[in-house]
Design a protein around this ligand. Structure first.
Ligand SMILES: Cc1cc2nc3c(=O)[nH]c(=O)nc-3n(C[C@H](O)[C@H](O)[C@H](O)COP(=O)(O)OP(=O)(O)OC[C@H]3O[C@@H](n4cnc5c(N)ncnc54)[C@H](O)[C@@H]3O)c2cc1C
Length: 416
């Protein structure tokens, strides 16, 4: 097995897990990665004493694959308080645990986001989803989430005050057109686990996968240009001959015949500011309901993990879903919105850095929890991995990495 030339394209979560699984079967793969770090869409920079994740994202501790590949205690996870701080036109209030214990949310607070009937329906939905398996969720007919919520009988009030701002920040699209399967799945994961970040940034997750690798080699700064048959053409002009190729990124860029097969991905802009002191002072997500504003969600990262700021200032992460504004205008408008919700003068929010993430989540019509491993194989030499095969999540990326490796191992068994 050792002499087999197995190349994995991409050192994101799926590529790293694929390498781990191949090693377990005695292979020593080589990962070709275009950037200088592992992690793909999950990376963290260190800037001026702050830890800046590339886009606000969280690990849901209930993801089943997470327990297989990550040593959660070693990540020293810092959890968010469930619920959200809602900043509405008048003031701010907390809705404490709507996805886990809706009946426990104080009546007064709940009445600001929805009706008493919404509260009961929320409770019913939590109970239903706790019992429903992930497989069953992904076998359900798919509806746009907004339609699903209306069919379930939720009022327009709770849809616009809570569901829209909360799930827009997860689906990274404004209209909740994402499949109801993803809604049920994410809702279930929130209701049985916690949203968390590693103490020292999301990059710790791929770093932990990398540390588990033994014989795998990683070639950084090695972008792949094209794959033809069993040949890999690198951007630097070199050609590599492979026994097996695992493409652990959306394949259209390296396989021209796949172009046009994928919908435009979801995008997001993540802006970081520092402020003398957090105005939320709790490890909670902040949401701004309604339309016509730029900020969808915000969080003071050092309220969740103090290691995100080693300076004496707080680190604010703001997510913006869509805008035509250039960066300068965007920063100014976001600072004005921050002044509006906090009462703190806009110039006090010191801009640190922005991340324009053009490929944040794949847009997938038929979301899945898993696929048969035979579907990962597209030719005798080429195999596919990556979240875009299933659904846009950490769990899906880990699952697809495992599946594509199993598919490669199967291709070496005598009957294949
Ligand atoms: C802003 C944002 C928020 C998110 N929020 C959440 C969340 O809260 N919870 C959650 O579960 N998930 C979230 N996700 C999704 C999660 O991060 C992804 O599902 C996961 O990281 C995808 O891993 P992957 O291995 O499939 O792909 P990627 O991470 O995209 O890895 C692909 C790798 O391939 C490399 N590559 C690409 N092309 C080439 C080439 N030609 N040659 C060589 N290398 C190449 C890339 O550099 C990259 O390293 C979020 C993602 C983003 C961006």
């Amino acid at each position: 097995m050792k002499d087999q030339k197995i190349y994995i394209i991409g050192a994101g979560l799926s590529g790293l897990v694929a390498a781990l699984e191949l090693e377990k079967s005695g292979f020593s793969p080589i990962i070709l990665e275009s950037t200088d770090k592992v992690g793909g869409r999950m990376k963290t920079d260190q800037v001026d004493g702050f830890l800046l994740d590339h886009g606000f994202q969280v690990l849901l501790t209930s993801y089943p694959e997470v327990k297989k590949y990550l040593n959660l205690p070693a990540l020293n996870l810092k959890t968010f308080d469930p619920g959200a701080v809602i900043f509405d036109e008048k003031d701010s209030y907390i809705i404490s645990d709507p996805l886990r214990n809706p009946l426990k949310v104080v009546g007064m607070a709940f009445s600001r986001v929805g009706t008493f009937l919404d509260k009961v329906k929320m409770f019913t939905l939590t109970q239903e989803l706790k019992k429903k398996s992930i497989e069953d969720i992904f076998n359900e007919p798919s509806l746009p989430t907004l339609q699903y919520l209306k069919n379930y009988g939720f009022s327009d009030q709770i849809i616009s005050n809570f569901f829209k701002p909360f799930f827009r920040g997860i689906f990274l699209e404004k209209h909740l057109n994402t499949s109801s399967r993803m809604f049920e799945y994410v809702f279930k994961m929130f209701s049985i686990g916690h949203a968390a970040i590693p103490e020292k940034g999301m990059q710790e997750i791929p770093n932990m996968l990398r540390q588990q690798l033994g014989t795998t080699q990683i070639y950084f700064n090695t972008p792949v240009e094209k794959i033809e048959g069993n040949l890999i053409s690198l951007k630097n002009g070199e050609t590599l001959e492979a026994d097996r190729i695992l493409i652990c990124t959306q394949p259209d860029k390296v396989m021209p015949q796949m172009q046009g097969q994928f919908s435009n991905p979801k995008q997001v802009i993540n802006l970081y500011f520092s402020l003398q002191k957090s105005f939320m002072a709790r490890p909670m997500l902040g949401l701004i309901p309604g339309e016509g504003h730029l900020i969808n969600n915000l969080v003071f990262m050092d309220d969740v993990s103090s290691a995100y700021s080693s300076s004496d200032r707080s680190l604010l992460s703001v997510s913006v879903l869509e805008t035509e504004l250039d960066e300068k205008e965007l920063i100014k408008k976001v600072q004005e919105e921050l002044e509006h919700i906090s009462g703190i003068k806009s110039d006090f929010f010191k801009f640190l850095k922005s991340y324009y993430i053009r490929y944040a989540l794949p847009t997938i019509d038929d979301l899945k929890a898993s696929i048969p491993i035979t579907e990962c194989k597209i030719t005798d030499h080429v195999f596919l991995g990556g979240d875009y095969l299933l659904n846009g999540s950490i769990n899906a990326a880990l699952t697809s990495g495992r599946l594509v490796a199993e598919s490669v191992v199967l291709s070496y068994t005598p009957t294949h």
